[in-house]
Write a protein that binds this ligand. Structure first.
Ligand code: SF4
Length: 417
């Protein structure tokens, strides 16, 4: 690699680290022995200490940008070193790194040169060259440029596994304040186009096996958390709206990293606690897989997630009247609402109770976290643990339990050294 390309790589990989939406699950691009790579076996992700994904070659095509979004390190008014790859340079880097087994795919985003179409065209050219000239079957995630034409979005879908367009700021008023040159409509139009195309192409593929794939890993988006004054309710209501409206595979929540002393933003010393991101992901999970409506978890009375306890426990404590549930009789959707019972354990409970009545011992073997679940369930004996405990008492007991467990683990870990 030449010195010039190495320098560009340093600049443009560093600029890309703020984007967390690079997980690569959900694609299945088979290698037919004429090409290189294969996403079918699943791509591993590794994460840096601060939780960011580093398994793909994750770069910007350029960090030049005509926009001035206050929260972005690439904004035009920021006095930073700028660089831009050529299309061929990105293709060569990807192929070289892939052959050396450094990466399993490419995550390519970009600042906006000239205009949306000009930039999107270059992103598409990278993917097209990799697929057609190099028969590359590794994973490709392209960040789509808001405002890009339908034709370019169509081409992008033919070559990329996943496409994503960042919503960036959860509320429209926040976007107006921090990125006044942008608007939601430009983000929504390509998302809508992609949704329609993905549905149509799936149907086509069902009817004709040889029909081309179109963004087989779907589309996703990312929101920056904590740059504006939005509540967790605002964030998750927006996520819910986008999941429903555009059939997104994932919404990513990225804590704002202070990069500017702009008075519209939180000060340079502040940062979004990692636990807030974590609680948002847990809420997202509950909405998508556990049958919770977002309004049950966040509403006018509870606009913020409790950072001390997870959102499922928070909901259960606010709704003690729904408990205890009988683990030997309750439906799956109710079992899934019990703190300490995950998806796998809930399914195991349903299967196991076909053969015999479950006891506390059985539940323990199944993997239920009884230190939490015991306040919300009964099994083959009476309600042993809950007695007439109040919300505050149960909360205290659980927190004390997890704290002592945490301390015990820490002590065990320390004893290893
Ligand atoms: S358009 Fe994108 S890259 Fe450019 S300043 Fe805004 S967020 Fe940053």
């Amino acid at each position: 690699m030449s010195e010039r390309v190495r320098e560009k790589l340093n600049i443009l990989a560093d600029a890309a680290k703020y984007d967390v939406s690079c997980s690569s699950s959900g694609s299945n691009r088979k290698n037919n022995n004429k090409g290189l790579g294969d996403t079918g076996g699943g791509i591993c992700h590794t994460y840096t200490e601060d939780g960011r994904c580093v398994s793909l070659l994750k770069i910007l095509l350029t960090n030049f940008c005509i926009y001035d979004c206050a929260y972005c390190v690439t904004r035009k008014s920021n006095d930073i070193k700028r660089a831009a790859f050529t299309v061929q340079e990105v293709v060569d880097l990807t192929m070289n790194f892939y052959r050396r087994n450094y990466i399993e795919g490419l995550f390519l985003s970009s600042g906006i040169f000239k205009n949306a179409d000009y930039t999107m065209e270059r992103l598409v050219q990278v993917a097209k060259k990799l697929r057609t000239e190099h028969k590359f079957n590794g994973y490709i995630h392209l960040k789509s440029i808001p405002g890009a034409s339908d034709e370019l979005m169509h081409e992008a879908g033919l070559y990329a596994d996943r496409l994503s367009i960042n919503i960036e700021i959860p509320t429209e008023s926040g976007l107006k304040l921090l990125a006044p040159e942008k608007n939601r409509k430009d983000m929504i139009a390509p998302m809508n186009y992609l949704k329609e195309e993905i549905i149509a192409k799936k149907e086509e593929k069902r009817l004709f096996k040889k029909a081309p794939m179109f963004a087989p890993a779907g589309q996703s988006t990312q929101m920056i958390i904590g740059a504006g004054k939005e509540t967790d309710r605002d964030i998750m209501y927006t996520a819910d709206k986008f999941y429903r409206g555009f059939q997104l595979k994932r919404v990513y929540y990225s804590g704002y990293v202070p990069i500017s002393n702009d008075s519209r933003l939180p000060g340079l010393g502040s940062s979004v606690p990692m636990v807030r991101e974590n609680r948002l992901y847990q809420t997202d999970w509950l909405m998508r897989f556990y049958g919770f409506n977002v309004r049950e978890l966040l509403n006018d009375a509870n606009p913020h997630l409790d950072l001390e306890i997870d959102p499922k426990l928070g909901w259960a404590l606010r709704n003690l009247n729904c408990f205890p549930i009988d683990i030997n009789k309750a439906d799956l959707h109710l079992i899934l609402r019990v703190p300490g019972i995950g998806m796998q354990s809930a399914h195991k409970i349903i299967s196991a109770r076909k053969f015999h009545k479950l006891s506390w011992e059985h539940l323990k073997k199944i993997g239920v976290a009884l230190n939490r679940a015991k306040y919300f369930i009964i099994c083959n004996s009476n309600e042993m643990e809950r007695r007439d405990l109040t919300e505050t008492k149960i909360r205290q007991f659980i927190l004390a339990g997890s704290e002592s467990k945490y301390l015990k683990n820490s002590i065990q870990q320390l004893s290893l050294f």
